[in-house]
Design a binder for this molecule. Structure first.
Ligand code: RFL
Ligand code: PHB
Length: 404
């Protein structure tokens, strides 16, 4: 071994929610890992994305001791509002399930996880360039990367591909052995963060015949809002005035004041797609989170799925390192996928109901019929709430023989 070589049990590629949560779950079981991240730490800490976290995810983070700041700072919501035909309806899922949704920015979760990793003293490399994975059809996979000008090598037992939708892990697998299922949509979400006061006390989806707008928040004077726009939209065409005018038009109502307008401090464009990779593993390489599957942001499931995948793999690795064999690892995909498909079905239901999909009155009337059921049927609300607040995770993060 040269001094550039590292030996560890699990090499984790990607310091997003999946990779960092897995690293911590493994640490708690005494399993060592190295985390490799392509971006700088500052970049990862500042990346604005998700905001709505399921009760199920919060329960796991709490059990891991990673949710102290979340409990102090998160907004706790019972459900969300839907608005259509200028009327606002609250879907109170808490009433039916006793559970909550938590609004806490993904950047905050990632910052908490990075801080927790630092405290363990275990290795984590930011600015890791040209990461490659090899030999994962064997029991001794190899990862290479360049850091501070040096090419380095990791000899691991397993590789966790947590490198998101544009990472290298999914691209490295043998495509002929996989089923890549996907659906893309002809629209995107234009997202803004603005210094304005929210008009509702919980998030709101406004279904308008011309398309969806989303009113969400991060604090008493900070809103996160989205507009459905065509997939080929150029952000440069959307100045502040146009964004506010369109948000106001789509969210106009007879029962609430108009949206407040103000300074826009961030704007971005996110395409909508649904993807599932099956299986989510090859040999000693496992795919987690966005590296394995994508849900459209409607319904807010992506980050939550990343954490539930980390639980399933952490549990299976725990079984393996306690000498109980590879069966749980071999079953990783079969264990994780049913819950992933439930989230896909939920996201599809919300996406097709809330967005403008086609032209004409048939499309809008069909969507409105579904929205009326959501607003008026207690059974419908109970069913939506069960999934929105988080179906049970397939496994806990540790096998039964490891105390929490
Ligand atoms: P991430 O967060 O993309 O992290 C992957 C990490 O891997 C790094 N990486 C590499 N590192 C080393 N070598 C390489 N070659 C690498 N290539 C990539 C990347 O830099 C990155 O740090 O994936 P992960 O961990 O699977 O987490 C998934 C979530 O980030 C994602 O599903 C959510 O953001 C989705 N999402 C939402 N999810 C929710 O649960 N609730 C929400 O409210 C919610 N809102 C959203 C969202 C996603 C959105 N966009 C931007 C698509 C709202 C939006 C607008
Ligand atoms: C958010 O607050 O960022 C948010 C809200 C609702 C979604 C997705 C994201 O469906």
């Amino acid at each position: 071994m040269s001094h550039n070589d590292i030996r560890c049990q699990v090499a984790i590629i990607g310091a997003g929610p999946a990779g960092l949560a897995l690293a911590h779950m493994l640490h708690r079981q005494g399993i060592d890992s190295v985390v490799l991240e392509r971006q700088s730490e500052a970049h990862v800490r500042a990346r604005i994305r998700a905001g709505v976290i399921e009760q199920s995810t919060v329960d796991v983070l709490t059990e891991l001791g990673l949710a102290d700041r979340l409990h102090a700072e998160a907004l706790v919501h019972d459900g969300f509002y839907i608005r259509f035909d200028r009327q606002t309806h609250h879907l109170d899922f808490h009433r039916h399930t006793g559970r909550h949704a938590f609004v806490y920015g993904q950047a905050e979760i990632v910052a908490d996880l990075i801080d927790a990793r630092r405290q363990t003293g275990r290795p984590m490399f930011f600015d890791a360039a040209d990461v490659t994975v090899a030999d994962f059809d064997t029991d001794h996979p190899v990862v290479e990367f360049t850091h501070e000008g040096r090419r380095r090598r990791i000899d691991a037992d397993f590789i966790a591909g947590c490198d998101g939708f544009h990472g290298i892990c999914r691209e490295s697998i043998d495509a002929s052995r996989f089923n890549f299922m996907d659906r893309s949509y002809p629209f995107a979400w234009l997202g803004i963060m603005a210094r304005t006061t929210p008009v509702t006390d919980e998030g709101m989806y406004c279904a308008h015949p011309d398309g969806l707008s989303v009113h969400s928040m991060r604090g008493p004077h900070l809103t996160r809002q989205y507009l459905q726009v065509p997939a080929d939209t150029d952000l440069a065409d959307w100045g502040d005035e146009r964004i506010w005018a369109e948000l106001r038009r789509r969210s106009a109502s007879d029962d609430h004041p108009e949206l407040e307008t103000g300074e826009i401090i961030e704007r971005s464009l996110a395409p909508l797609r649904s993807v599932v990779t099956d299986p989510m593993q090859q040999g000693s390489l496992f795919l987690l989170g966005d590296a394995a599957h994508i849900v459209p942001p409607t319904g807010a499931k992506g980050l939550n799925l990343a954490i539930s995948d980390a639980c399933v793999l952490s549990n299976a690795l725990g079984v393996f390192y306690h000498g109980a064999g590879r069966d749980a690892l071999d079953a990783y995909t079969a264990t994780a996928l049913p819950r992933i498909w439930q989230a896909q079905a939920f996201s599809w239901n919300l996406t097709t109901t809330l967005h403008r999909l086609g032209d004409g009155d048939f499309d809008w009337n069909l969507r409105r019929a579904r929205l009326q059921r959501w607003a008026n049927s207690v059974d419908e609300q109970r069913a939506l709430g069960e999934v929105y607040l988080g179906l049970p995770f397939p496994t806990s993060w540790h096998p039964p023989m490891v105390p929490a």
